[in-house]
Design a protein around this ligand. Sequence first.
Ligand code: GLU
Length: 283
Amino acid sequence: MSTDPQQLVTRFAPSPTGRLHKGHAYSALLAYHRAREEGGRFLLRIEDIDTVRCRNEFVDGIFEDLKWLGLTWEEPVRRQSEHFSDYQTALDRLKAMGVVYPCFCTRKDIQREIEAAESAPHGPDGPIYPGICRGRADAVPLLAEGKPHAWRLDLKAALEHIGEPLSWHDEIKGEVTAKPEELGDVVLARKDTPTSYHLSVVVDDTLQHITHIIRGEDLFHATHIHVVLQKLLGYPTPIYHHHGLLLDEHGERFAKRNKSVTLESLRARDIDPEALIHSIFPR
Ligand code: GLU
């Protein structure tokens, strides 16, 4: 497969935790057509690190739905669950840099700490982790005894290590200054999974040479952390394009749990994919 550094590469990266809906179709079509229009490549990636919530039947559903929409993509399709060692390698590098720490907290521990605090800063992902395990003196013995733990980014240490303000270019918003403190010490490897969304997406976008990340604006805030990870790991920062979300007739976002808006149900009602595409992109 060619990896011409000049060539535009986009991707659609769904998580197989349910059937795709019209909102996914919109995102996938934007990324697909962008690649087509600019002589680039379009990749499909299955983000299935959560082996409990992700199901093979939904992976098959993704292939089926995208084919129905008329999309084609390069093979082999990368499935994140087959690449845990890649994320482990990146995590090991971050450990060696001293910018991550083990976190032994349960959800309850975190909740208790937040309730007891006078002020608990909230970010777009909810309350920011209050740093209970940062700099814990007993971390080494606890690790040695095998106490279950996640790995968190030590954001302060990471920013000191980087030593310069970070930004990215967003095709919609222009130059964006990164504010990773809005997310804080995010989890990079979960207790039950040796990686997290943030780590695996950054590793994969680099390994797959993605030049333009086209995704919904619901993930805009995650980019504040992604640029930090890219800088730490010496990865290039791609161009971002966080598109507005497609809304239903009530002005609500499409949700996987609403079965009536899945592409599968539209197909079952004999809706013509062309008509669907036209309703999403009226010309
Ligand atoms: N897997 C993520 C999702 O389904 C999208 C990841 C991304 O585009 O960065 O919401």
